[in-house]
Design a binder for this molecule. Structure first.
Ligand SMILES: Cc1cc2nc3c(=O)[nH]c(=O)nc-3n(C[C@H](O)[C@H](O)[C@H](O)COP(=O)(O)OP(=O)(O)OC[C@H]3O[C@@H](n4cnc5c(N)ncnc54)[C@H](O)[C@@H]3O)c2cc1C
Length: 379
């Protein structure tokens, strides 16, 4: 795919931002377990937060392909998957409000988040299960001008720092037809961050367990129509899955570049690693898998922007990229030898970060089953 001049310029400024504002600090944020709020302001100033959000809601315009172009450059320059999850959480917390919210909701939540002044999260997953979105049990009962919310959410990205949480709640009967989206603000009595969760990877991305005990939320914080939440969540799945595919081949491509450089430099038995045919062939296999994942994902993104229905293809892109990534980061650690097993070596971080990509945003098995139904392979 040939990027436009604007997309190439965006990639240039993204690389510059990552090299200047991110790379020197990333290990410190990994150790701290979160990224500073100032980074959101800096990213907004650099023009990275509002891409693919319309100017009417405070974004910079553009579409999913612009986001893909930006994210590829983000990973190429040394941004991590965990950092992207933490910095771009607005990408999953805001689209429903931007598309279906009231002007007041857009002013209160979308604009300040795209300006880097607020942080938002999306809370769907519950301790009782995340794959079955239609089965959520957090209840919101209408009482006068408010909803009263009771329940719990877990594994919520940026939930420790969030100023507001776009929360999936049950306002109606069982199943997907009874779900709504409510924005719950930090500081609302009864709403607490129970725990900051400790994880295998994505260390710089704070992940929270949230609890709701008789939380009174103004009815004006309902996003879109009551009981229309599932459709709004599902509407965003295609974009989220393509974004996670970009994470996967993005960190795989970066791991490949680091490994190729290491193999040219590292000597064993009196010659560089790349002098061994088996090593060169491993690099080519890593390259092949990255190329296939990148080319297919970009094509699915292009078709989505063109207006084609690509629900199944987005699932396939995610799986293709996740499997490529799993292979590449494993081989990257292998070819770095003992160095690859050390904390602080970049490929070690990508190896740990990669593991979530086949679980979050729809586990591979669940997406494969959805694809089977969409392609007519299910009974
Ligand atoms: C670091 C991190 C960040 C996250 N961020 C967010 C967030 O910001 N917001 C949010 O709402 N959620 C978030 N999640 C939750 C994530 O989306 C869920 O973990 C995911 O949807 C899987 O749900 P679960 O963990 O409850 O697994 P379960 O639903 O219990 O499934 C467990 C495993 O069983 C298998 N499985 C499940 N169902 C089937 C089936 N029908 N057929 C075959 N196999 C099946 C899969 O292998 C799956 O991984 C995050 C999770 C993590 C770990």
């Amino acid at each position: 795919m040939t990027w436009t001049d604007e997309q190439r310029a965006l990639q240039g400024s993204t690389r510059e931002f990552v090299r200047r504002e991110v790379v020197p600090h990333l290990q410190a944020w990994e150790d701290a377990g979160e990224v500073p709020r100032e980074l959101h302001l800096a990213a907004a100033k650099a023009g990275l937060l509002g891409i693919s959000f319309s100017e009417e809601v405070g974004g910079q315009g553009g579409d999913l392909l612009d986001s893909v172009a930006m994210q590829e450059a983000f990973f190429e320059a040394g941004g991590s998957s965990g950092l992207a999850a933490a910095l771009f959480t607005g990408g999953i917390a805001l689209p429903h409000i931007a598309a279906h919210g009231t002007p007041e909701q857009v002013d209160a939540f979308v604009r300040p988040t795209l300006a880097g002044e607020k942080i938002g999260s999306l809370a769907v997953t519950e301790p009782g299960g995340g794959s079955d979105v239609a089965g959520i049990t957090t209840i919101a009962t209408r009482d006068g001008d408010s909803y009263v919310v009771n329940g719990a959410k877990t594994f919520i990205t940026s939930g420790v720092r969030a100023d507001f949480v776009t929360t999936a709640v049950r306002t109606g009967g069982p199943g997907h037809g009874g779900i709504s989206l409510l924005v719950v603000e930090r500081g609302t009595p009864g709403f607490t961050v129970d725990r900051a969760l400790s994880k295998m990877g994505w260390h710089c991305s704070d992940t929270a367990e949230l609890s709701f005990v008789d939380v009174r939320v103004p009815a004006t914080h309902l996003v879109g129509a009551e009981n229309a939440g599932f459709a709004m969540i599902a509407e965003q799945f295609v974009v989220e899955r393509i974004a996670l595919a970009v994470h996967a081949y993005g960190i795989a491509a970066r791991s490949l570049a680091l490994t190729a450089a290491y193999c040219r430099e590292r000597q064993t038995f009196g010659k560089p690693l790349v002098a061994n045919q088996v090593v060169r062939h491993k690099l080519v296999e890593m390259h092949r898998q990255v190329e296939v994942a990148r080319t297919y994902t970009r094509e699915v993104a292009r078709r989505h922007v063109a207006g084609d229905g690509v629900i199944a293809e987005a699932c396939l892109a995610k799986q293709t990229a996740v499997e490529a990534c799993a292979h590449v980061v494993d081989q990257a650690v292998q070819l770095h030898g003992g160095t690859g097993y050390m904390h602080g070596t970049e490929v070690e971080r990508h190896y740990r970060d990669a593991r979530i990509l086949g679980i979050g945003g729809g586990a591979t098995e669940v997406l494969t089953d959805l694809t089977a139904r969409l392609l007519g392979y299910a009974p």
